[in-house]
Design a protein around this ligand. Sequence first.
Ligand code: SF4
Length: 345
Amino acid sequence: MKKTSTPVLPARTAPGDGPLLAVDDLHVEFATRQGVVKAVNGVSYSLNPGETLAVLGESGSGKSVTAQAIMGILDMPPARIPRGEIRFRGTDLLRLPEDQRAQVRGQRISMIFQDALSALNPVFTVGWQISEMFRVHRGMSRRDATKKAIELMDRVRIPAARQRVNDYPHQFSGGMRQRIMIAMAIALDPEVLIADEPTTALDVTVQAQIMELLAELQRESNMGLILITHDLGVVADVADKIAVMYGGRIVENALVHDIYRSPAHPYTKGLLDSIPRVDLKGQELYAIKGMPPNLLDMPQGCAFHPRCPYRQDNCVTDAPPLYEIGPTRGSACHYWREVFDDSRR
Ligand code: SF4
């Protein structure tokens, strides 16, 4: 019988010629009482150091499940990964022994969650929670770890960090709590940071400040950033490229300015048309009709066809592949040319 060698994770400094992170043909499904939920159906994307990839889609599109698979925090079972690879510096994380995987999680690939209040422990001070990263993973003394926590609180612009290090999460505003989450996520200098809807619970001004902070931290450390959001308006200024997900698949990917200029998938076009615009004040806001697909019972053919204004007869029977429509673009629509031309009018 052929022996397969156990993969080993390359060091941080390994030169490597591929992307920093590459998700390839990833499938994730969940066994439920009602049947198998196919949450991710063949997702592929890549990320380079210093690059920001925005992954966009409605709830249930598979964007967060893909991120959880990258982090290795899916409950297995009920989750199952029947196919695909997640290569980090060339090593497939899905084949890595759990002890090595645990060393990646939080240290080399880190994540910020949407709801900072429930992600932080209410009974410990924020300083304790941030410094725990250094005590547990770096073996630092309590005193040194607290010093590092204050430095990090300063770095994420929490005013009067030294005075506030012994405050509890409920004593901070929503925006400040999110900064504390960011401090914890970057504490160990991750090479990849995944931010899952990091600004959803915040008001617009604070959203902008958090996005600015993330961009600034990324520039300083050259980490790769995956920004998960349902809001195209949030990513325009910070992302380099976008992957739009629908029904567990990527339906369009492109460089950020290309997608804003001329989307090539009806779903992306619908998302862009739904962004409120000051020059259209007084007009009814556009909304994509219908509901996202039921992942237990996906529509035949193109999953977007029940909601699509461009639908033709074959859309109901033939699932479109991700057509390569340019060197850095793909669209999973049989009629992408029509959408593209309409977008440019
Ligand atoms: Fe719409 Fe057909 Fe394109 Fe699907 S393949 S997005 S149904 S036009």
